[in-house]
Design a protein around this ligand. Structure first.
Ligand SMILES: [Zn+2]
Length: 87
């Protein structure tokens, strides 16, 4: 015999960007890390939820860092950065 009852369930209806504090309308990216043994930040956990604009700002910053670091390396091809981080 089935016994039915109406229950309230919490659901995520929005995620607010951790940088700009704007609604992501559930379209967001995660930046996370859990540092372990041997790292300078052993035991620390980080998790940021970013809106599309802030995510791509962070990605552009990391991409620029990579380009700056290897710009004088003869084997470095800047066109390889077009899909930086893209899977
Ligand atoms: Zn944002």
């Amino acid at each position: 015999m089935e016994i039915k009852q109406l229950k309230q369930v919490e659901v995520v209806t929005d995620v607010v960007c951790d940088v700009c504090n704007q609604s992501t309308k559930l379209q967001f990216g995660n930046l996370s890390a859990h540092w372990g043994d041997g790292s300078k930040h052993d035991g620390q956990r980080y998790e940021l939820q970013l809106c599309e604009k802030c995510f791509f700002y962070a990605l552009a910053t990391l991409k620029k860092e990579r380009a700056d670091k290897y710009m004088f390396d003869k084997s470095f091809d800047p066109s390889n950065l077009d899909g930086f981080g893209l899977k």
